[in-house]
Every structure is written in structure tokens, then in C-alpha cells.
Design a protein around this ligand. Structure first.
Ligand code: SF4
Length: 210
């Protein structure tokens, strides 16, 4: 992905009413998120799992700073039903942070979720949403976005879930399975940001995440 294509993606997103920032490193992404979070002064903050988001270090900072309550629906020390309950509460958080599976140079955002806890609060609920993505997530259009998710992101993501029994866990290739452990259940495409500026997309000019 060259600088021109990243600019093209950012420009299309801005035209679609997403706030958009291009940064060069995860550290710069962290500084950008920190500024926005401090300005928003949220009471409740939560997040959907994302390798890119975690690489910025924002979750550790949120844990140690501020007057907000951080809802962590991924705390491995908790039983799964408790974690799922926290993810339900995250739907009503003031500020929500997560990643994106694919972005297009036409200015749309794309996800494919297992549980839906990542896409639901992006669509509605939290007053402010911050999304982070490496430039490797940028593709030309919707077809390429869906292809990227199906062929690259989902089969790689399954490797982060040892014990999940799906065809891709064995072969690394998507078979559009019907397994109970299937991680590809709900697809979301966001075409415009409403209200304008509710969502901030931070594009990091590095290869990050799946
Ligand atoms: S549909 Fe099934 S086989 Fe394909 S990536 Fe998702 S979990 Fe793996």
C-alpha cells in the first residue's frame, strides 16, 4: 500500500463523515487516541479485541489512568459468561475502541464477527468510537474487502483460538464451514458515519494485525 493509496482511503472516509487521521507508528496512534479520550472525558470506556489496538498500548494506559471505568470483556481470569455480560454492558459505554478487518479506498469499513460484540457498539450505542487499522487492511472495494476477510483474516484469526474445531484451524484455508466453533457469523459494512464525526479512524502506515 503506497502513501497515495492511504491518502485516497483517508480522503474517501472523510467524505463519508468519518474523522480520519493518518499516523506513522503505533506510538503516534496511541498519542492520538489519548488526546481524543481525554477530550471526551468518558465515564465508561470499553473495547473489542484487536491486535492492532493492543499494540498501541492504549488498554494498559486506560487501566492505569483517568476517572473512567474500563469494562474489560476479555479478562481471561473471569468465567466466559461473566466476560460476555461485560461485553453486553459495553454496548452502553461512552467510548468504544476496536480494530477493523478491512477498509476500502472507496471509503467503507468491513468486519466479520463471531460473537458480534465488536460490530454492535461500532454501529450504535457508544457516543464516540475509535478504530485503528494498519495500512495492510486497505483494499480497493467491497469485493476485495470480503475476499480479504474470508481468505486472510478469518483463517489467521482462528490460530488465536486454540481448541476451536473448524476446517481452517487444520488447513489454514476457509471452507465456509458450518462448525459450531465457526468464527465468521455476522458481517458488517459501514458506508457512512452518522452522526458525522462519531467515529474516528486512525490509519497507521505500518503492516499490523491480521
Ligand atoms: S467460515 Fe469456517 S472455515 Fe471459513 S474462516 Fe470461518 S471458521 Fe474458518
Amino acid at each position: 500500500m503506497n502513501a497515495e493509496q492511504i491518502q485516497e482511503c483517508a480522503q474517501a472516509l472523510r467524505q463519508h463523515h468519518f474523522d480520519t487521521q493518518i499516523v506513522t507508528s503505533t506510538q503516534e496512534a496511541f498519542e492520538c487516541m489519548k488526546r481524543v479520550i481525554e477530550a471526551e472525558a468518558p465515564k465508561i470506556v470499553s473495547f473489542g479485541d484487536s491486535m492492532t489496538m493492543r499494540e498501541t498500548g492504549i488498554i494498559e494506559w486506560l487501566r492505569e489512568n483517568g476517572d473512567w471505568t474500563l469494562l474489560d470483556g476479555f479478562d481471561a481470569s473471569m468465567p466466559r459468561p461473566e466476560r460476555l455480560e461485560i461485553r453486553r454492558q459495553a454496548l452502553m459505554s461512552d467510548l468504544f475502541i476496536t480494530g477493523i478487518n478491512a477498509l476500502t479506498r472507496e471509503g467503507s469499513l468491513h468486519w466479520l464477527d463471531m460473537v458480534g460484540n465488536r460490530i454492535a457498539p461500532v454501529a450504535f450505542g457508544p457516543r464516540k468510537v475509535i478504530l485503528v487499522a494498519g495500512c495492510n487492511k486497505i483494499v480497493a472495494n467491497r469485493d476485495e474487502a470480503e475476499e480479504r476477510i474470508r481468505r486472510i483474516a478469518a483463517p489467521r484469526n482462528i490460530a488465536r483460538h486454540p481448541g476451536f474445531r473448524t476446517p481452517c484451524a487444520k488447513t489454514g484455508v476457509c471452507m465456509d464451514c458450518n462448525a459450531p466453533d465457526r468464527i465468521c457469523n455476522t458481517r458488517m459494512e459501514m458506508l457512512r458515519c452518522h452522526p458525522a464525526g462519531r467515529i474516528l479512524v486512525i490509519l497507521i502506515n505500518q503492516e499490523l494485525g491480521l
